[in-house]
Design a protein. Structure first.
Length: 440
């Protein structure tokens, strides 16, 4: 096969408009056999500008099973000598990439930049959480920082400790295996929920599938999950490593079926998240993007006046169905009105009852207050009477004491009198007087 040096000379000739010179180099090369020489020479003799020639040479190399890097160089020349590069000239990601001469190493397929821009533009300038699987030396994280802005929180995971050392304090990097769901869940708990996940890790089937199955359900609503380098699904060295031999692209095809589940599944409940929370699958060359969002049950509708629709075919049935639905809705609305009126009247009654009870309670309180007031007046009067009675009692006690003392004095006099001689000598006279007094 042609050496890198020979290929460089051929492509330089093509890029500078000297296609014949390129053809001569190939014709004279002893690095290829006659069959290869014929295929490659045929690609260069046909007409076309430098871009077309370079592309043809790449296609011819591909057809004879040349090494990928040789084909890559042909397509690079085709791209930059043609018009396609102009579409990238306003892409900020590509601008950073090309200006990143002395920055951290960054290895990207050039057609990824418009895909990145299309799906990540919505997050620019926002405090979004982004996870990059596969950090290497941090070039991808720097690219994202430049594009998304200072508010974005960028986190990386890598299986290689040197990725953490290379990114230093600029971005947190967790060390672990992207095929380990427990590790991924831990990272999501610690740094998520993520709005964006970019899988640029080991690119094996098992890694890509295990990562998306663990992380997509944890992604924030309206989040974006982007898998790079999905062409490994077609590369034998990677394709064998999927669960049950399934490649990532085959896994994605199953997701397309899930996205259309409403049209073929009879399950009452659709499966989370692939049938219920994927709102779009975007499949590009080597890149797959899954966008998260509630999958609304699909339905179709007619709009416009009947002159624009085929009334006879199925609008009649739809019209009847709509009328029936409207009648049910109206009946339910009438029922609801009755229930509302009943509830209002019950509420009015309850309010009136409560008001009456409140008035009654206020009257009871007033009556009690007056009773208490009257009782207090009586108490005051009774206290005054008690004081007067106590004073009368004291006077009577004093009089009683005086009278007792007078009586004792009188008894003393009477005893003296009875002991005297004159009392004793006049005793018969008093007895006779008493007898005579009783006979009269
Ligand atoms: C292509 S490089 C990443 C490049 C980086 N995204 C950039 O844009 O500069 C792939 C990285 O994935 C890492 N990797 C490989 N297998 C992995 C795995 N199983 N889990 C996590 N990272 C892995 C490698 O250590 C390597 O750093």
């Amino acid at each position: 096969m042609l050496s890198v040096k020979t290929m460089t000379n051929v492509l330089h000739a093509i890029a500078t408009g000297l296609v014949e010179r390129g053809a001569e180099i190939i014709a004279a090369s002893d690095e290829i056999d006659d069959e290869e020489r014929e295929v490659l020479g045929h690609a260069l003799v046909a007409g076309g500008d430098s871009s077309v020639q370079a592309r043809r040479l790449g296609d011819a190399l591909r057809s004879i099973g040349a090494e990928r890097h040789l084909i890559n160089e042909c397509y690079r020349v085709a791209f930059y000598t043609g018009e396609d590069w102009k579409a990238l000239s306003s892409n900020p990601l590509y601008a950073f990439f090309t200006a990143n001469r002395a920055g951290y190493p960054l290895d990207k397929w050039v057609h990824y930049f418009p895909i990145y821009q299309r799906h990540l533009e919505q997050y620019r300038g926002l405090p979004v959480r982004v996870l990059e699987i596969g950090v290497y030396r941090g070039g991808g994280l720097e690219l994202l920082r430049h594009f998304l802005g200072p508010e974005a929180r960028l986190v990386g995971i890598d299986i290689d400790e040197s990725a953490r050392l290379a990114t230093g304090a600029r971005h947190p990097v967790e060390i672990g295996d992207q095929a380990d769901p427990d590790f991924l869940r831990l990272v999501s708990e610690r740094h998520g929920p993520f709005d964006v996940v970019i899988d640029d890790g080991g690119h094996t089937m098992n890694q890509q599938i295990a990562s998306v199955e663990a992380l997509f359900p944890l992604l924030s609503e309206r989040g974006t999950y982007l898998v790079e380098d999905c062409h490994t699904s077609y590369w034998q060295a990677y394709a064998d490593q999927g669960p049950d031999g399934q490649t990532f692209i085959e896994w994605v095809k199953d997701r397309i079926d899930d996205l259309n589940a409403y049209h073929h599944s009879q399950a009452e409940e659709l499966r989370f998240p692939w049938q219920t929370n994927v709102d779009g699958l975007h499949v590009y060359d080597s890149v797959v993007v899954l966008t998260k969002g509630r999958h609304v049950a699909p339905f179709s509708e007619l709009s416009g006046t009947k002159e624009f629709v085929d009334f006879d075919r199925d609008t009649g049935a739809l019209h009847l169905e709509l009328l029936a639905t409207r009648d049910v809705a109206l009946a339910r609305a009438a029922q609801a009105d009755v229930l509302i009126a009943e509830a209002r009247s019950q509420a009015d009654e309850a309010i009136a009852r409560a008001q009456k009870e409140q008035e009654q309670a206020a009257a009871d309180v007033e009556r009690s207050r007056l009773e208490v007031q009257g009782t207090r007046g009586k108490l005051v009067k009774l206290r005054a009477e008690t004081i007067a009675l106590r004073s009368d009692r004291d006077v009577l006690r004093a009089e009683h004491t005086q009278m007792s003392s007078d009586l004792l004095g009188a008894w003393g006099i009477i005893r003296e009198m009875r002991r005297s001689m004159s009392w004793k000598t006049t005793a018969p006279l008093r007895r006779a007087k008493s007898v005579l007094g009783r006979r009269q």
